[in-house]
Design a binder for this molecule. Sequence first.
Ligand SMILES: Cc1ncc(COP(=O)(O)O)c(C=O)c1O
Length: 402
Amino acid sequence: MQQVNRALFDEVMVPNYAPAQMIPVKGEGSRVWDQQGKEYIDFAGGIAVNCLGHCHPALVSALKEQGEKLWHLSNVLTNEPALLLAKALVDATFAEKVYFANSGAEANEAALKLARRFAKDQFGEHKDQIIAFKQGFHGRTFFTVTVGGQPAYSDGFGPKPEAIEHAEFNNIDSLKALISDRTCAVMVEPLQGEGGVVPADVEFMQQVRALCDKHQALLIFDEVQTGVGRTGELYAYMGLGVTPDILTTAKALGGGFPIGAMLTTTAIAKHLVPGTHGSTYGGNPLACAVALAALNTVNQPEVLAGVKAKEQLFRDGLSQINEKYQVFDTIRGQGLLLGAVLNADYAGKARDFMVAAAEEGLMALVAGANVVRFTPSLVIPDADIREGLVRFERAVAKIVQG
Ligand SMILES: Cc1ncc(COP(=O)(O)O)c(C=O)c1O
């Protein structure tokens, strides 16, 4: 029989990832087990995807129920789960119209194409400039990775899409220097995730909104990582009090089933007429049925309040660890998207902390070389947070003691 192990990855998979040696085979809530039966507490949540942990009963039953009814139609036909999910998103947000995709990058690709089309129709071909921010991350399609502010990810693939520029995040003068009536859209994460878990200042975001209004540029919020309860609000824009023209959401939207969505107003949406954009799988009934269950489960006052309470538990625990071992400069982020920023003594060593944590039975993440990132389930039991922090402390002690 075929041996299924990590060596098989190197044999048969394209080497664009370098996964850990262990292979998880089972998950329940915020616990995961590997092939050898070793148990892990999951502070990674599939990179902010598993908003309800692993195999949440509401999601399992939505998937099973839909799985026995109807799997796929294509966009030649609409379907009930897609319509119900779109209605729920419209009811819960500023949006009036929804476009479904399969991932965050695809939702962003749709947002960027819509912004360009809207500007062309309303103002003419010259209004094509897209401004985004350094260290931003918007996905890996060639358009979205070019809009993302990390050249290391977009260089080396030939000529890039044009008229894309980058300002400094949280620096309004830097945006002022670039924005003009030629700007068609500004794309921004309300809290930069991959870029190091850096929240936007409220005042900065208000000024970004005002500058977009002044220059008739659309404001696009990439809430792929921050959306669906992650910050303790259903969407982070709600906490900022700044409403975008277009919002993208993915990751936690499906709670682990691949789906993305672009949300906007009727006036903007009308520029994507039939034939302008599309996707075979976007709005797939299985994905939409699971996402509807995820959205309905997360969008409850007690779940969102729970995120803020659990944030405090994390912050207190991480501060206690830091008092003992002095490894962090600061703990930043919002809700259950938190980053422990390593101090100068441990600069560049985030990966070492992640690897040591895994040895102790804790799944964590990094966000760049200096930040250990935590994006657990939004309903992780407090007992799992405490036990996970005990394991993390053991990992920190190992590193400090060399
Ligand atoms: C803010 C943000 N936008 C877009 C993406 C891309 O999403 P996906 O990997 O589903 O294409 C990510 C993924 O990490 C993200 O964090």
